[in-house]
Structure formats: C-alpha cells, structure tokens
Design a protein around this ligand. Structure first.
Ligand SMILES: [Zn+2]
Length: 328
C-alpha cells in the first residue's frame, strides 16, 4: 500500500506540519507551545473548533519565509514516503504575511524553492491552491483573492475556501471566487463536511467550483448526488479526517464507497494528517479493510485525481510518466 503511486489533492500545508518539526521550531524560538502537545508528542485537542485553535497556535512558530521553506520540505518528504507523487496544498496568505501581497510573494518564493528541491530529491510535485480562511470573513477573503490572482501561474493553480464551514454562507465569498475565476484560476471550496446538503448546493450555485472539499454530506440528498455526478464535480474526500473529527460516526458509516457507486468522481486525501493521526498509506489500508477496495478502486481514485489536478498539461504529463515509471 505504501508504495502504490498516489495523488493527493486536499492537504493544508500548515496542517500537515509534523509535530516534531513544530516542537523543534518552538524550541529554537523560545515559544512555549507545550499546551498543544500530548505526552506522546502528538497534537492535543478536543473537537473541531479546538482543533482550529491548536492549528493556529502551531502556526505561530512559522514566522517567516524560511520557516515555510523548511515546513514545505518536511511535509513533502513525509508525503513522498507514502508513495505520493503529486500533491496540491492549500496555502493561506493569512498565515504567510497577513495577506499582504509583497510579504506573500516572499513566502511563496520560499515555498516554491522547497517544492523544486523536493521534486529533485523525493520525486514529488507540489502545486498550490490559495485559500482564504472562512471564519476571518468575506472582506479579508478579498485580500487573499488579490494575492491569489497576482501570483497565479505554473505553481499557484487554484483558489479555495477553508476554515470553519458554518461561519458565513458561500454566497458571501462570491466576489472573491468570481475574481479568481475571471483570472483563469481553478476553484475548489470546503463544503458538506459539517454543513448539510444545502451548504453543498449553495456552494455549487454561488461559487461554481470544479471540486468540493469533503462534500460528504451531499450523500443525504439523492438528487444532489445525481447533480454532482452529472456536473462531474470532483469530491476531495478525506475519510480518516472525517472519522477522527466525528463528521461521520465510523469508517463503516463513511459514504465514500456509496458516492463512487452512484457515479460521483471521488479522490482520497489526508487533510491535516498528523492532527488526525493518518497518512495516505493508512487511508488506503483502511479503505481496503473496510470497503474491500482493491486494485481497480485504487486505480480509479488515481486516475480521477490525475484528471482533476489543477496543474498545467505539461505537469500532468510528467506525473503520468512518473506513475508509469513506478510501475516499471
Ligand atoms: Zn480541509
């Protein structure tokens, strides 16, 4: 499972920070983060809102471009060790210079530098999706949209929406999404992780994304599932994250297999892997165990993700060639 070539489309860069990496930085900088770690060294929190607080506390040690360069390398090395050959990460200008464009460019240069090094060293390709933080509100999202549009290119490919889903309605972010779409950016948005089918439907109507982060609660509305399948909207499903945060009661209750059976294009990702004590290998192993996924399901997931990746065609071709090379 570990060696199977994988593509991951839903990963928050800071959320993928290995705890040991954050602890090391905190020590270097004399920042006391002892409250956010468990005795065994993992991240400690209760529930989704507390998770966001711990997440933001961990981010306080990521004080400049150099920290993000090191973070990016650490995250990509870890992903590559689980067979991931292409990944898209959500990047937030809010955490990279407070959504100031000049600062964002500096952070981004450091992240891209690390991505190039990781591609050479570990054979993994990274592309970025710029995301405003939903609970920071629609006005601040506009500054993030400006950062996204100004840096859209071969590396920054998409615009997304992350953060606390139940704050604000999708339509509040239409201005930012329209601007990103007009600039030619690819679009995705978190919806239907905590919100119901109405949140997914409003997101599709008001933000018109090509992909939806999670989207699992759409499964409660058969007509909506049919609509998603017909439109070819791709769901970035993160089963381990959903189970860990109790968005679904258990793996057995997760709708991923059902959504696939109903013709929805589905991909698998880890979201914030160390926070949810998961990896891409663990996701695959659990899918095999619980839903009896085998070669054909994993191949479908891989091909769906390859087609749904926001990269340019040259990159897609390179990733495809790397998949074939891995298979010998
Ligand atoms: Zn997410």
């Amino acid at each position: 499972m570990r060696d199977l070539p994988k593509i991951e489309l839903h990963l928050h860069l800071e959320g993928a920070a290995p705890p040991a990496f954050i602890r090391g930085l905190a020590r270097e900088k004399n920042i006391d983060l002892s409250g956010i770690f468990r005795e065994d060294g993992g991240y400690a929190y209760k529930g989704f809102d507390h998770f966001l607080q711990v997440y933001e506390a961990a981010c306080t040690v990521l004080t400049g471009p150099e920290e993000f360069r090191r973070l990016t390398l650490a995250v990509l090395e870890e992903s590559a060790s689980h067979g991931v050959i292409y990944t898209e990460a959500f990047l937030s200008p809010e955490f990279c210079g407070g959504a100031d464009l000049a600062a964002w460019r500096d952070y981004l240069a450091a992240i891209e530098d690390a991505a190039a090094e990781a591609e050479r060293t570990f054979g993994i390709t990274l592309r970025g999706i710029v995301t405003p933080i939903r609970h920071f509100g629609p006005e601040r999202a506009k500054a993030t949209a400006r950062c996204a549009i100004e840096t859209f290119g071969p590396f920054i490919r998409g615009f997304g929406l992350a953060g606390a889903e139940m704050m604000h309605r999708p339509g509040d972010f239409s201005w930012s999404f329209d601007a990103a779409r007009e600039a030619g950016m690819h679009l995705t948005a978190h919806a239907g992780e905590w919100g119901g089918p109405d949140m997914v439907a409003d997101t599709i109507r008001d933000l018109r994304p090509e992909r939806i982060g999670h989207g699992i609660n759409a499964s409660r509305d058969p007509a909506l599932v049919e609509d998603i399948a017909e439109r070819g909207i791709v769901l970035e499903v993160c089963p381990g994250s959903n189970v860990f945060l109790a968005a679904v009661p258990s793996w057995r209750d997760h709708p991923i297999a059902d959504l696939m059976a109903r013709g929805v294009k589905v991909t698998v990702s880890t979201d914030d892997p160390p926070f949810f004590h998961t990896t891409m290998t663990k996701e695959y192993e659990t899918l095999a165990k619980v839903f009896d996924f085998g070669e054909s399901e994993f191949e479908t997931l891989l091909q769906t993700a390859l087609s749904a990746a926001f990269c340019d065609e040259e990159t897609r071709g390179r990733v495809k060639a790397r998949i074939e090379a891995r298979r010998g």
